[in-house]
Write a protein that binds this ligand. Structure first.
Ligand code: 5GP
Length: 253
């Protein structure tokens, strides 16, 4: 078989040229990184779990009319996605204070916020993804005002959907990050949710115990990351019902 053309390799994923024009194959690696890749480990099975979880969330979003790049899962580690022009922003939505916001503003982690707060970070590893405002985004031409209206609307719809889905399985959606891309349909452009939605890019806390079920387990050395992600997948029904306490994922087709 001919080797596929690699389009981009990031810390946790690789993008290959897709089988048809306008498509890409997104491959999920087992690598976990934090603090701008200063901390790095290979976590057996993480890519498989994130592929399935991102499929689950993106399919749900597509089904309620929130457009995403997800087309279909190809195998354990790969999914077919629509190619898009990524807006160079990490869009973060927060429901509870945690992480960098708790630190920056001196708010105790877990404090409920009066309303969801949307923040933007400029995607640049060399700069450590600095926080930016809509003023910077407009001034430097990263996105138009119309784009930003659509970005906020997408981000809040994703927040409502994810919060509800997670709460139904006893998990609090504390915050998350999405990336947004532009696609062109003839003369029209529209924005879609891109990249991935997984416990790598969300903060997920057990409602009863506050147990962390996301990448903070790795960032803060709180236990076994694969166990945490497996628990999220199991509760969402992405895993077989009897799959408790496994360290290696056994996924249903
Ligand atoms: P914080 O700004 O508190 O570090 O992160 C806020 C939320 O966005 C968290 O859910 C975190 O996982 C996610 N997030 C922020 N930056 C990144 C990033 O570069 N990669 C990933 N995967 N998630 C991020």
């Amino acid at each position: 078989m001919a080797r596929r053309k690699k389009i981009y390799e990031g810390k946790a994923k690789i993008l290959y040229e897709g089988p048809e024009p306008g498509t890409l194959v997104q491959y999920f690696k087992d690598d976990a990184t934090a603090f701008n890749a200063e901390k790095h480990e290979v976590i057996d099975g993480k890519g498989v779990l994130n592929n399935r979880l991102s499929e689950f969330f993106m399919t749900g979003l597509n089904n309620i009319g929130v457009p995403t790049h997800f087309i279909r899962r190809l195998n354990m580690r790969e999914q077919l996605v629509r190619a898009c022009e990524i807006i160079p922003l990490e869009v973060v939505v927060r429901n509870f204070a945690a992480g960098s916001m708790a630190k920056r503003l001196g708010i105790e982690e877990g404090t409920p916020l009066p309303r969801p707060i949307v923040e933007y970070y400029y995607k640049d590893d060399k700069l450590g993804d600095p926080m930016v405002t809509e003023e910077h985004i407009a001034a430097f031409g990263w996105a138009s005002q119309q784009d930003m209206d659509d970005v906020v609307s997408l981000a809040l719809r994703v927040n409502d959907f994810l919060s509800g889905v997670m709460m139904a399985v006893g998990i609090r959606l504390v915050d998350f990050k999405i990336e947004v891309g532009r696609v062109y349909d003839g003369d029209f452009q529209r924005l879609i949710v891109a990249d991935e939605i997984s416990p790598d890019s969300c903060r997920l806390w057990d409602v009863q115990t506050g147990q962390r079920l996301d990448k903070d387990v790795f960032r803060r050395d709180l236990g076994n990351l694969s166990d945490a992600y497996t628990e999220v997948a199991r509760r969402l029904g992405v895993m077989p019902k009897n799959a408790t306490g496994m360290t290696k994922p056994h996924l249903i087709n």
